[in-house]
Design a binder for this molecule. Sequence first.
Ligand SMILES: [Zn+2]
Length: 85
Amino acid sequence: MLKCRDLVAEADLLLAGELSWQRRLAIRVHLLMCRHCRRFMRQFKLLLSAIPAMHKPASEAEVEQVMQHIQQQGGKPLDQRPRGE
Ligand SMILES: [Zn+2]
C-alpha cells in the first residue's frame, strides 16, 4: 500500500506524466482514501501553476538598475573578471 510520503515523493513525476499506469493507479487509490494527500496535491498544483509568474524575465529598467548598482560598487561583469574571482 502506498504511503503518504511515497505520494509526496512522486507528485512531480505524476503531474509530469512520467509514472507507469500501475503507479498512477496506486496514487489515485491513495488519493481516494487520504484527504491529506488530496489537499497536498491541490496545493502542489497551485504552487506549480504560480512558478511561471515568479520567473518572468526582468524588465529593461530592472536590468539597467542592477547594472548601475554593479558599476557604482566598482564591479565588473562576470565575463570581464579574471579567473578565480
Ligand atoms: Zn496520504
